[in-house]
Design a protein around this ligand. Structure first.
Ligand code: GLC
Length: 798
């Protein structure tokens, strides 16, 4: 089944059949004002926090409602419909619709009874309000009179859970008022008022470009005893000019427009958390609705497309082009911006940044926007505790130098996190390395940054302390302890138990730090120490984690082995195999064998399972994944984030064909015409895909906000496409299917625009025979800054 298509020219996904198996969403706005919108106009908005700043109500896990509804009513016969297919759900034989999800905007187009409508939803750049612009056109040959109703269901107060469950309080704290062009909502109206009589909790829903004919600020009066497909107010053709006092607030505004044949009119609804004065000023800005909206929309497109243009690839595979150029890249930005804060699955309760998630998310945008990445890296370094560990949850209100930590009750109370994770700070190493490699900004290591609780140090010092933390938390073989969890949230190996995944990360951390630190007197001794420790870890890894054709997953605190081929369940794990390659710890032989085992024992048509066989009866106490259904999530599901690592590992081994096979298996766009399998959006990655022991293998879950965006991006860019910069310059070493003749890339690297041509007429899978700069062969493996100029063409012959 297919519900839409990719319009790559415009960087849009176009939903042509609105009856998708799940609501297919898009993101608008910024952390200051965020919004989610689906093809049914469902979704919600919030100021700063999905949990504490909710302004549009949404009922999760239900009917994708309420939404940003716009109703159109034929004044001649009273027939009415909505600008999105839902809520009125007119028969699709008469009602034609397409939803264009673009980069931070969504336009829902519809045509019914000769009236065409285009509802554009967006948050202007750097703004903290949203715009619903409606363009209506009369396609017929007789004049038409159309009633237009906009409806926004406002929460009773900012705390989303309070709004939904504490009704004995929240229903009685809010009122609505009408002011000429908008409904104004007040909350706790007599509390904390300033000179203007406002307390900062006012919200408005206004209309621009037309005169308000009628209104209501009271949900029950808009709906009557009906539901959204048939609101009483719209049935009546006019709202009853009522307001809310005790009960459910809303913003509902009505106008009537007359359209000559061929004529079109534009009106806009504006929504935000602002007082009356500011609301009036904002609405006035849209008096010339078409002009203002066009300008803001163009700015938005220029901003996003400008960012995405920093890497443009053209390969023989359309899925790869679509994902790398637009959708995977846009998703990387969205996860970078929102972390796991708010989606249709995350209700917004996670009020902060998970350490590992965020440090990983940064990696997805480094090749597009290293400066933006740098700011967030600094922020995350400032969330490292003085002893080197990362704070498991970094509050949105993070205050470096003054934070409490898991050692203190106050932190545990506010975040619910009493433990450090074994891996959190380990993610800093590949991320800082990638940033320095992308930019050449080696000076970054000397920047001084505070620690979360107290003390400060250079970036180099922060990294050293991360090494210290792991060094101080070793298990009984002297390898990194598993602590409360490593990357796998469900794996609790304990203070004496040991994790091979962290051992690989730790090994890589030491090798990378050694590479990054300059060979000066200051660091000479430390670098030697790093080398010795890395060697020692490597030896232990081989002694205690290697078993014939695989690396083990770990040891429990009791000494039980996890992931041995002798185990009845969970005998094979994906991450230790991909990470033995990524970390550089494995010998060629080990790498080949373990990745081959992955293919043999874990691969499915929809991606690679996280481990197998999944836990049912033979689990240990710390194996929290036993809670999940078989081959679901961490219990042997196709966890999507690790797909990126598998792609990267195969590419690093020069297995372009295998890397590409893994990309295709779980690539969302590759399922565009089989949407009944994945069910969620074919344009973004999800957190996991159901494995082979569920009734619907291939079904994907937890859309949009997932670390998959960044790991698959890195797997593609660094792995398959082979853009592998080092601190000294650019190395290009692709790993592609042997059938490909080659491909091209346009990439902005250190401020220079480069045209890269990969020639694979020899039909290899990996390896570079020759590199040419503007046609001139170079012997260098890494192209240093002095070797490349803006506008150069680099030819890589495989
Ligand atoms: C979820 C968590 C992430 C964790 C992963 C595996 O995606 O957000 O932190 O690494 O699950 O357990």
């Amino acid at each position: 089944m297919q519900f839409g298509y990719f319009d790559n020219e415009k960087r849009e996904y176009v939903i042509t059949d609105p009856r998708t198996p799940m609501p297919w969403a898009n993101y608008l706005g910024s952390p200051a004002y965020g919004a989610i919108v689906t093809q049914n106009a469902g979704g919600y908005s919030f100021v700063k926090s999905g949990a504490a700043g909710r302004i549009l109500r949404y009922i999760f896990n239900q009917f994708d409602e309420p939404g940003r509804y716009i109703y159109l009513r034929d004044e001649a016969d009273g027939d009415f419909w909505s600008a999105s297919w839902r809520p009125t759900e007119k028969p699709l034989t008469d009602y034609h619709t397409a939803t264009r999800h673009g980069t931070a905007y969504t336009q829902i187009e519809a045509c019914y009874k000769g009236i065409e409508s285009k509802a554009l939803y967006y948050v202007p750049l750097d703004a903290t309000h949203e715009v619903w612009r409606l363009e209506v056109k009369n396609l017929g040959d007789t004049p038409r009179k159309i009633g237009v109703f906009g409806y926004a269901e406002l929460t009773t107060e900012s705390f989303y859970t309070q709004d939904l469950v504490n009704m004995q309080y929240t229903q009685f704290i809010t009122v609505t008022e009408f002011h000429e062009d908008h409904i104004l909502q007040r909350i706790n109206q007599f509390c904390n008022r300033n000179a203007e009589g406002e307390n900062g909790l006012e919200r408005f829903f206004g209309m621009a470009g037309a005169k308000v004919e009628s209104y209501t600020g009271r949900r029950e009066r808009f709906l009557g005893t009906h539901r959204f497909h048939e609101p009483q107010g719209v049935l009546n053709g006019k709202l009853d000019n009522s307001l809310n006092f005790n009960g459910n607030p809303c913003g509902a505004l009505h106008t009537v427009i007359e359209l000559q044949p061929g004529e079109s009119r534009t009106v806009a609804f504006i929504l935000g958390q602002k007082g009356e004065k500011e609301a009036k000023r904002l609405i006035a800005r849209y008096a010339d609705t078409e002009k203002t909206v066009r300008k803001e929309w163009d700015e938005l497109i220029a901003y996003w497309h400008g960012k995405l243009n920093n890497l443009n690839v053209k390969t023989p595979d359309e899925d790869l082009n679509t994902m790398v150029n637009t959708w995977n890249a846009f998703q990387c930005y969205i996860t970078f911006v929102w972390s796991r804060a708010a989606s249709l699955i995350y209700a917004g309760e996670r009020n902060g940044y998970g350490y590992r998630d965020t440090v990983q998310d940064i990696q997805g945008i480094i090749h597009l926007d290293p400066q933006m990445a740098k700011e967030r890296i600094k922020f995350m370094l400032s969330a490292q505790v003085h002893h080197g560990a990362g704070l498991p949850l970094v509050k949105f209100s993070h205050n470096p130098g003054h934070e409490d930590t898991p050692e203190q009750d106050s932190y545990v109370k506010t975040t619910g996190h009493p433990h450090y994770r074994a891996d959190d700070a380990m993610w800093l190493f590949p991320t800082v390395y990638k940033y320095i490699a992308e930019t050449g900004d080696k000076e970054f290591l000397n920047e001084v940054i505070p620690f979360a609780d107290y003390d400060e140090g250079t970036v180099a010092e922060h990294l050293k302390r991360a090494i210290d933390f792991t060094m101080h938390h070793l298990g009984f073989h002297g390898m990194p302890a598993g602590l409360h969890a490593d990357w796998n949230d469900c794996l609790q190996l304990g203070a004496q138990g040991e994790s091979s995944f962290v051992a690989f990360q730790f090994y890589m951390a030491m090798v990378k730090l050694d590479e990054l630190l300059p060979d000066t007197a200051e660091y000479r001794e430390y670098k030697q120490w790093l080398k010795d420790q890395a060697k020692d870890q490597l030896q232990k890894i081989n002694e205690f984690f290697w078993e014939d054709d695989r690396f083990l997953r770990g040891y429990t605190a009791e000494g039980a082995i996890i992931g041995s081929k002798n185990d009845i369940e969970a005998s094979m794990w994906l991450n230790p195999q991909s990470w033995c390659v990524i970390s550089g710890a494995a010998t060629r032989d080990q790498a080949e064998k373990s990745m081959e085992s992955v293919h043999r024992l874990l691969n499915t048509p929809n991606g690679i399972e996280l481990m197998a066989p999944c836990y049912k009866e033979h689990y240990f106490d710390g194996a929290a994944m036993k809670l999940f259904n078989p081959t679901t999530k961490e219990n042997g599901g196709i966890f999507c984030q690790p797909q990126g690592w598998a792609i990267l590992a195969e590419a690093l081994l020069g297995h372009g064909g295998r890397a590409f096979e893994y990309f295709k298996e779980s690539c969302p766009s590759a399922y565009n015409d089989r949407a009944e399998i994945r069910e969620v959006e074919p344009y973004v990655h999800s957190q996991f895909i159901e494995g082979h022991e569920t009734p619907q293998p291939g079904r994907a879950h937890v859309h949009w906000l997932t670390g998959t965006a960044s790991t698959v991006m890195v797997g593609m860019v660094e792995g398959i496409l082979g853009l592998r910069p080092t601190p000294d310059g650019l190395r290009v070493s692709p790993a592609i299917p042997a059938e490909w003749d080659g491909f091209t890339m346009d990439k902005t690297f250190r401020g220079k625009r480069l045209h890269i041509v990969v020639d694979n007429s020899a039909h290899h899978e990996g390896g570079v025979r020759k590199t040419l700069v503007n046609g001139k062969e170079t012997a260098a493996d890494v192209l240093t800054d002095d070797m490349i100029q803006d506008g150069d063409t680099i030819t890589v012959i495989m």
